[in-house]
Design a protein around this ligand. Structure first.
Ligand code: SF4
Length: 231
């Protein structure tokens, strides 16, 4: 939903899934990393755990150094909702500085309940067997999550690849249309390690046509930060 907007990213550790394409180091650690200057790509060590006062001070500092540059703060992971109890304490203060965007794997509906009143945008994944290859069956969890998120400016993202089937896209459409067929669906072509896209344009367009016959807002957007060579 916010493609093209610049955000401050907060990556939280640990995840409850094991996606095949995961490119994130989310192992638990006593030390975090803080970008020394916004957009510099160089990092300083940051002792954990972070207090709400400390993280709010970092955001205030960045916003004063680059007035107007950042649209929102994106909480991602790992899976950020594994830390929902902490985020519920942080979000009201952070939100005084910037809106909050939650990027989640869409499997923890009970945890979402703890924070959703303080979240401005929710981007939820639906994990396809053909690309994520997770060991758990996730359709029921995704459906519960979307029902919980509905009404909170939620959109859905699926990573699609050459092996993605019509039937998987059909299941995505079943879940979304059972809640609201006008919710935005983003098809994100799988990125290969060399930065190229892992499926043909013809296949992407076919999947978009299929989903568009059931849903009213289906968009194709590749991983922007990889194309730009940003973090
Ligand atoms: S949900 Fe995200 S962080 Fe967790 S394993 Fe999958 S891609 Fe990695």
């Amino acid at each position: 939903m916010l493609a093209g907007r610049r955000q401050i990213f907060v990556r939280l550790m640990e995840c409850n899934l094991d996606c095949r394409y995961c490119d994130t180091d989310f192992e638990k650690s006593d030390v975090g990393r803080l970008e020394s200057q916004p957009g510099s790509g160089t990092f300083l060590d940051l002792p954990q755990p972070l207090s709400q006062q400390k993280i709010t001070a970092i955001f205030d500092d960045w916003c004063s150094r680059l007035p107007g540059a950042h649209h929102s703060v994106s909480f991602t992971g790992g899976e950020p909702l594994l830390h929902a109890d902490i985020l519920a304490g942080w979000f009201p203060e952070i939100r005084k500085t910037l809106p909050i965007h939650l990027e989640t794997n869409g499997t923890m509906h009970s945890a979402l309940r703890l924070v959703k009143q303080q979240v401005d945008f929710i981007s939820m994944d639906m994990k396809l067997p053909s690309t994520a290859g997770c060991t758990q069956q996730l359709w029921e969890l995704h459906a519960l999550f979307l029902r919980e998120a509905y009404g909170s400016n939620v959109s859905v993202k699926v990573v699609v690849g050459e092996l993605t089937t019509d039937s998987e896209i059909g299941q995505v459409c079943d879940v979304i249309s059972s809640v609201d067929r006008t919710l935005p669906l983003f098809l994100q072509p799988l990125s290969l390690p060399d930065g190229t896209v892992g499926l043909s344009a013809a296949h992407i367009l076919h999947l978009q046509e299929l989903a568009s016959s059931r849903l009213s807002d289906v968009r194709v957007i590749p991983q922007m930060h990889k194309l730009l060579g940003a973090l």
